[in-house]
Design a protein around this ligand. Structure first.
Ligand SMILES: [Zn+2]
Length: 167
């Protein structure tokens, strides 16, 4: 699998394929967009903004990316984030938006996106501790992390150690 990520944001608004190359050959992405994957990826708009912590998709399906995260984040984690966010692009284009009154880790659209990225992490050979460390972002607290792991059927047997070492 040949993936290339152009890490430096040179213009604030651009096309997905300006920065993220080779994703049309990723099975997990082809499962999201089907036969039209290649064309679809060229239509996704990317906007760089430091108002977003890592990445997120707005209600119109624009991928918002923190430029510092893109330049300095772990390559494979960014790859998994992109797979996750592409699920949100498809959801947004289908008119599906998360209900902000539901907690982040209970939103069906988030769980759907996390399932795809966690499956991809497993396919890359990540063990459960590494997957847990990936899920342990600044978007969730310790209880939410446990809940998310349980929902995604990621074993959190070592979780207490993990949470303690991260504090
Ligand atoms: Zn998400």
């Amino acid at each position: 699998m040949k993936i290339e990520i152009i890490r430096n944001a040179t213009s604030q608004i651009c096309s997905f394929t300006d920065h993220f190359k080779g994703f049309d050959n990723v099975d997990a992405v082809r499962k999201i967009f089907g036969d039209k994957t290649k064309d679809t990826l060229t239509q996704i708009r990317v906007e760089f903004t430091s108002a977003t912590l890592y990445m997120r998709v707005d209600h119109e399906g624009t991928l918002l990316v923190n430029p510092h995260y893109l330049s300095s984040g772990d390559f494979t984690e960014i790859y998994l984030d992109i797979v996750h966010e592409l699920v949100h692009v498809k959801q947004a284009w289908s008119g599906e938006n998360s209900d902000p009154s539901v907690s982040y880790v209970e939103r069906p659209l988030e769980i759907e996106a996390y399932r795809v990225s966690v499956d991809e992490a497993k396919a890359l050979g990540w063990d459960e501790n590494r997957i847990l460390a990936y899920l342990d972002s600044d978007l969730v607290n310790a209880d939410e992390l446990k809940q998310l792991a349980r929902t995604l059927e990621v074993n959190c047997g070592e979780m207490d150690d993990l949470v303690l070492t991260n504090q």
